[in-house]
Ligand binder design. Structure first.
Ligand code: FES
Length: 150
């Protein structure tokens, strides 16, 4: 069960040195770093919000938007890139009318690119939640979305 923001903060002392572990704990419990959490962390650690955003944007592990119910991660590793990952991402962006890194308004889908998923021989690959989609083509993208609608 995930912890509330107050429960998370209660396990820390409020030292500036705890900033990254606090942000990690929030993200692992809430799924992202909401604006109100940043404000609370700022008060708790006495680190200005701008500095917290500076730290959090430096590390790619932190997100500022929630992930959708179906989180799509398209591999942008070398093998997938060469075999058309950029076109797959563009196709998904067009289909969902969002950009990479965004989530749809209804929180149904989110899209991000990731490093190698470890199935390079089946490039280009993506993961939708826990499921791997391989040898992707733009036609497959349409099929996958109509399959997910059912
Ligand atoms: S480069 Fe895409 S799975 Fe390895």
């Amino acid at each position: 069960m995930s912890k509330s923001l107050n429960e998370i903060l209660s396990t820390f002392n409020g030292n500036k040195s705890e900033l990254i572990p606090i942000l990690q704990d929030i993200q692992s419990n809430i799924g992202y770093l909401p604006e109100d959490a940043i404000i609370k962390v700022s008060k708790f650690t006495r680190v200005p919000e701008s500095e917290i955003y500076g730290v959090a944007t430096f590390y790619t592990q932190f997100r500022f938007l929630p992930v959708g119910k179906k989180h799509i991660m398209v591999c942008k590793g070398t093998a997938c890139h060469v075999k058309g990952a950029p076109q797959i991402i563009e196709g998904i962006e067009r289909h969902l009318d969002i950009k990479e890194g965004d989530v749809t308004f209804d929180l149904e889908y989110s899209l991000e690119s990731v490093g190698c998923l470890g199935c390079c021989a089946l490039a280009p690959c993506a993961m939708i939640n826990e499921e791997v989609e391989s040898n992707l083509t733009l036609k497959d993208v349409k099929k996958i979305f109509s399959r997910m609608k059912k």
